[in-house]
Design a protein around this ligand. Structure first.
Ligand SMILES: C[S@@+](CC[C@H](N)C(=O)[O-])C[C@H]1O[C@@H](n2cnc3c(N)ncnc32)[C@H](O)[C@@H]1O
Length: 235
C-alpha cells in the first residue's frame, strides 16, 4: 500500500467555526445530504436499508444523526478532536450514534466491526489515498454492503492527489500539506473495480447555481467474497 502523507487533523479543527457568544446550536438533521446544497440531490436511499453504518469524516455529524434517528446504528469516525467533541455535544441524545476520534484507515485496521453501509460526504474518502482506504473499507463491509461517497466535482485536469489551500490557517508558522484525492467518474469506477467492488454507479450532480461546480457521487457494492482467491482474479 502507498505511503502518501495523511493530512493533519488540526487543519480540520477550524472547519465550520462557531462565531458568537451563545452556545452553538446543532445543525438540522432532517435530511441526508450528499451535496451541501440544502434540499438538493438524492438522500439516504442511496445507502439502501442498512441496519448499521459507518460515517468517515462526519464533522458536525448531521448525516449520521439523521440515520440514527431513522433507526440505524451509526459509528462516525473523525480525526479532528474538535469536531468529535462538538459532534458528541450536539447529538448526546441519540444512543444509536457513536462518535469515535480516530483516523479513518487506523480505525478500519483496529476496529473489527462490520457495517452494512460505509459512507462519506465530502469527508475522509476525499482526503485519504484510495489505495489505502478502499481495501480496508471492503474488509469492514458486510458482503454486498454499500460503499458511497461524495465530493466536489473536480476542475478539469485536477485529478489524483491535489494540494488544497487552507485560508483559515493564516498565521501558522509552518505550512500544512493537505491533500485531497479527486477523480472523474470513470477513474473512481476503475479504482473501485480494482479493489473488488461491483455495481458501481458514479455521477456528477449539477448544482442549481449557474457556473458552480457540482457534486460527484459514487456508490458501489462490497465484494461478496473478500479477499478474492487469486484463482478468481485470473492472475
Ligand atoms: C469537509 S469536512 C466534511 C464534513 C461532513 N461530512 C459534511 O458533509 O459536512 C471533512 C471532515 O473529514 C474529516 N477527515 C478528513 N480526513 C480524515 C481521515 N483521514 N480520518 C478521519 N477523518 C478525516 C475532517 O476532520 C473533517 O471533519
Amino acid at each position: 500500500m502507498s505511503s502518501a502523507p495523511r493530512t493533519a487533523p488540526e487543519y480540520w479543527d477550524k472547519y465550520r467555526p462557531h462565531r458568537g457568544e451563545d452556545p452553538q446550536s446543532r445543525p438540522a438533521a432532517d435530511r441526508f445530504d450528499w451535496t451541501g446544497v440544502p434540499g438538493h440531490g438524492p438522500g439516504a436511499e442511496i445507502l439502501g436499508n442498512p441496519r448499521t453504518a459507518l460515517d468517515l469524516g462526519p464533522a458536525e455529524g448531521e448525516n449520521a444523526a439523521f440515520l440514527a434517528k431513522a433507526g440505524v446504528e451509526v459509528v462516525a469516525v473523525d480525526f479532528s478532536p474538535f469536531q468529535v467533541e462538538r459532534a458528541r455535544g450536539f447529538w448526546s441524545d441519540l444512543p444509536a450514534l457513536e462518535f469515535v476520534h480516530a483516523e479513518a484507515c487506523t480505525f478500519l485496521d483496529q476496529d473489527d466491526r462490520q457495517f452494512d453501509a460505509i459512507y462519506s460526504t465530502w469527508g475522509a474518502v476525499w482526503f485519504t489515498d484510495p489505495e489505502e482506504l478502499f481495501p480496508r473499507a471492503a474488509e469492514r463491509l458486510t458482503p454486498g454492503g454499500t460503499f458511497a461517497f461524495s465530493h466536489r466535482e473536480p476542475f478539469a485536469g485536477t485529478y489524483g492527489a491535489q494540494i488544497m489551500g487552507g485560508t483559515w490557517l493564516e498565521g501558522r508558522e509552518t505550512e500544512l500539506t493537505v491533500l485531497r484525492w479527486q477523480h472523474t467518474t470513470e477513474q473512481w469506477t476503475d479504482l473501485l473495480k480494482r479493489h473488488g467492488f461491483t455495481g458501481i454507479e458514479a455521477q456528477v450532480l449539477p448544482t442549481p447555481e449557474a457556473g458552480a461546480l457540482g457534486t460527484l457521487l459514487v456508490k458501489a457494492e462490497a465484494p461478496i467474497a473478500w479477499p478474492m482467491a487469486s484463482a478468481e482474479l485470473d492472475l
